[in-house]
Design a protein around this ligand. Structure first.
Ligand code: PLP
Length: 291
């Protein structure tokens, strides 16, 4: 396969960087995750504009100047899918600093861009979309640089997500739920969370979770279904007592949650509204619906 690297398409094995790459040491780097889906017009990248905008916003928040414009990087993402002959798959653009200098005060570092893509199936297990997953609240929370950085998708915020995921995966759960510093639910390690109670859809407001592009798509779909949507702080017991719950994310798509902290949610199966939103979502990504 090939990877787009600083303006050129290079063989996969040659897309390498030096061990003194600044971002490798301090985590000052930003990235995106997108999916391309099979449509009747060939592979189509879902929400390419929104993901590219978020990439530039993340870089802006981190004061990294991307040396390419949006149009170039959008074209590059399409080219990577095409040149790797993918019908569908995952796309990973990353922006990182070069190896010119070490230390936290390093200035004038070069900024690099790489875009890779590969085939990727269901993220949280083969039957997760249908049967839902078991989730546990992690002792690792969304905090420090995470909080109030809802619009940045950065390497720096992922150590906590990985620690949380590892912690619960070792106990046999599919995914972790992270709380914010005040103890309200924030998000999964790489997903936004929604609950349904008495026909209304609830999701945490953007104080402690990434502004997920799948989250925004699901909100739009729910609006079209005339489901009331409430963005507010949500407590753990509200999730325990919800009728339905699900995660959203580029990787996780729309994944039902059947259990949180060993409390069954609803009847422990994918709920009817979740199922409807999931079906609409898959119609949307595959170009069968025009959203
Ligand atoms: N929250 C976190 C921490 C994530 O890493 C992701 C994944 O990208 C999401 C939420 C979901 O965002 P999106 O739907 O844009 O993929």
């Amino acid at each position: 396969g090939v990877i787009w690297f600083d303006g050129k398409m290079v063989p996969w094995r040659d897309a390498t960087t030096h061990v003194l790459t600044h971002t490798l040491h301090y985590g000052m780097g930003v990235f995106e995750g997108l999916r391309a889906y099979q449509t009747n017009k060939g592979p189509a990248i879902f929400r390419l504009v929104e993901h590219t905008d978020r990439l530039f916003n993340s870089a802006h928040i981190f004061r990294m100047a991307i040396p390419f414009d949006k149009a170039t990087l959008m074209q590059a993402q399409k080219e990577v899918v095409k040149q790797n002959h993918l019908e569908s798959g995952y796309i990973r653009p990353i922006i990182f600093y070069g190896a010119e200098a070490m230390g936290l005060s390093a200035k004038n570092l070069s900024v690099h861009v790489a875009i890779a893509a590969w085939p990727w199936g269901t993220y949280l297990g083969p039957d997760s979309l249908e049967n839902g997953i078991r989730v546990k609240t992690s002792s690792f929370s969304r905090h420090h640089v995470n909080i109030n950085m809802c619009r940045a998708k950065s390497a720096a915020t992922y150590t906590n997500s990985i620690l949380a995921h590892q912690e619960v995966a070792l106990d046999g759960y599919h995914e972790a739920l992270l709380l914010d510093v005040d103890g309200y639910i924030a998000e999964g390690s790489g997903e936004n969370i929604f609950i349904i109670k008495q026909g209304k859809l609830y999701t945490p407001d953007l104080t402690s979770c990434l502004e997920g592009i799948t989250r925004n798509s699901v909100i739009e779909l729910a609006q079209e279904m005339n489901i009331p949507i409430i963005e507010k702080r949500i407590t753990r017991d509200e999730v325990y007592c919800a009728d339905e719950a699900f995660f959203t994310g580029t990787a996780a798509e729309v994944t039902p949650i059947r259990e949180l902290d060993n409390r069954i949610i609803g009847n422990g199966k994918r709920g009817p509204i979740t199922q409807q939103l999931q079906a609409l979502f898959f119609d949307c990504v595959s170009g069968k619906a025009t959203h």
